[in-house]
Design a protein around this ligand. Structure first.
Ligand code: ZN
Length: 262
């Protein structure tokens, strides 16, 4: 899970529908008293295309919770405060999050996130709350609120067999890339001329770039990959050698940057 930069304001049409809807709640005192025809005309307006476009683009079409990228139309709109418990928040932009069908289950929909909070990734940076052990996601040791992280894992079932399998698959790909990186570092350390050093550091740089691509916000499980890279000795060593080489040979910086853009 990673932080999602969501615009403070949603589409204007949604606010207009919300204003009409809140006026009805006010007029009829409670949500339940609103006549069915009036309610039906408004209650699903959070599903309008403008809302989907704006909401889904801020998470790069990923589920805000588990970070998978569902195919086709399987990305849904989740109400962070469940609409069954907080119907007044049904059309509230701030309460809407993109979610996959796996995370947006009955369990999540029935859970009162106000009385028993879970992490809202548009408000709290989840990377400060989670760590990974192989494919498992756990509360980060020493984090500010381990109970909050634990509750989040439980309510969203973030260690389900499906998610574990997918994270392990990604972990395998990362570990395979590490094998080649190890060889590249060993080769670099054997280089005895500046040209050889540059050619070999370029290969290390290339592998580090491919790791970084996996960690971009638009990629599935970016939070998992970022954690892996922050804590992987070999990757840190590769970064160190690259920086060290550029410090000693600053004239190669432009060449190396050009290589990144290719
Ligand atoms: Zn999900």
């Amino acid at each position: 899970m990673i932080f999602i930069e969501k615009p403070h304001q949603g589409p204007l049409s949604l606010s207009e529908y919300e204003n009409k809807y809140l006026a009805l709640i006010h007029e009829y005192k409670t949500y339940e008293n609103i006549p069915a025809d009036l309610l039906t005309a408004l209650k699903y307006k959070y599903r309008i295309q403008e809302v989907k476009d704006s909401l889904f683009s801020c998470s790069y079409n990923k589920c805000a919770y588990c970070e998978i990228i569902p195919e086709g139309s399987r990305l849904q709109i989740d109400h962070f405060l469940p609409k069954t418990l907080y119907p007044e928040k049904m059309l509230n932009w701030d309460n809407l999050l993109p979610s996959c069908t796996i995370c947006n289950t009955e369990k999540k929909r029935a859970h009162d996130t106000k009385s028993e909070p879970i992490i809202n990734p548009t408000k709290i940076d989840p990377e400060k709350y989670f760590e990974y052990d192989n494919g498992w996601i756990n509360p980060l040791s020493g984090c500010e609120d381990p109970e909050l992280a634990k509750q989040t894992c439980k309510v969203l079932d973030l260690n389900s067999s499906t998610l574990l399998y997918l994270r392990l698959e990604l972990l395998n790909a990362l570990l395979e890339t590490k094998i080649t990186l190890e060889k590249k570092i060993a080769n670099y350390l054997k280089a005895d001329t500046e040209t050889k050093k540059f050619n070999r550091i370029r290969k290390i740089f290339d592998t580090c770039n491919s790791f970084q691509v996996f960690s971009e916000a638009k990629q599935k499980f970016a939070g998992f990959v970022r954690y892996f890279l922050r804590n992987d000795d070999l990757y840190q060593r590769a970064e160190y050698h690259t920086m060290e080489f550029l410090r000693d040979n600053p004239k190669y910086r432009t060449k190396l940057d050009a290589y990144r853009r290719q």
